[in-house]
Design a protein around this ligand. Structure first.
Ligand SMILES: [Ca+2]
Ligand SMILES: [Ca+2]
Length: 182
């Protein structure tokens, strides 16, 4: 300290000391005073001006996320619902997953796969029908019409599981004329 300083008030750099003014993260020395600051993603604790707390980015405007927003300590991330993926371009919007192209399994469909927004659907070519579970197509059995002489659909003598069966309600042992078979 030179002699002149003995009679001059010099700024005391609290931030230059080991305790750094008691600031948990950043310390800004000001002329005659100092203030604590925080790293990106944090803000000063309203209850204690030397401490920093996580900034909940999701609390305002959903963090700018199109679908979900997940707050994390010091940061946050946007999330997407099932069937969507986060856009690599802005990391905020969600794009449909093309299940038919992704995975290399044709969306789990045995025949045709149709991509839809947020999901996908299996479909079957003519002559096939979708089985329970919505993924596998099976050939539609050629209907052998158990038609009685009177033209009415009658229950077959030996019904096979799922086939050769009239699909309308039987009345008195017969089905109405024109009944289709499945
Ligand atoms: Ca945060
Ligand atoms: Ca899709």
């Amino acid at each position: 300290m030179d002699l002149a300083d003995e009679y001059r008030c010099v700024d005391h750099d609290e931030c230059g000391e080991e305790e750094r003014g008691g600031c948990s993260q950043l310390c800004n020395n000001l002329h005659g005073s100092y203030s604590c600051g925080c790293y990106d993603g944090f803000r000063i604790d309203p209850l204690n001006p030397t401490m920093c707390v996580d900034d909940d980015e999701c609390a305002a405007n959903n963090g700018g996320c199109q679908q979900g927003c997940k707050n994390t300590e010091g940061s946050f991330e946007c999330t997407c619902r099932k069937g969507f993926k986060l856009s690599l371009a802005d990391k905020k919007s969600c794009e449909d997953v093309d299940e038919c192209a992704a995975g290399g399994d044709n969306g789990g469909c045995s025949h045709e796969c149709r991509n839809e927004e947020g999901g996908h659907r299996c479909t079957c070519p003519p002559g096939y029908r979708l089985t329970a579970g919505g993924k596998v197509c099976k050939p539609v059995a050629k209907a052998v019409a158990p038609v009685a002489n009177d033209g009415r659909c009658r229950s077959p003598e030996k019904p096979v599981k799922g086939h050769y069966r009239c699909n309308q309600r039987k009345k008195a042992g017969f089905y109405p004329p024109g009944t289709k078979y499945d």
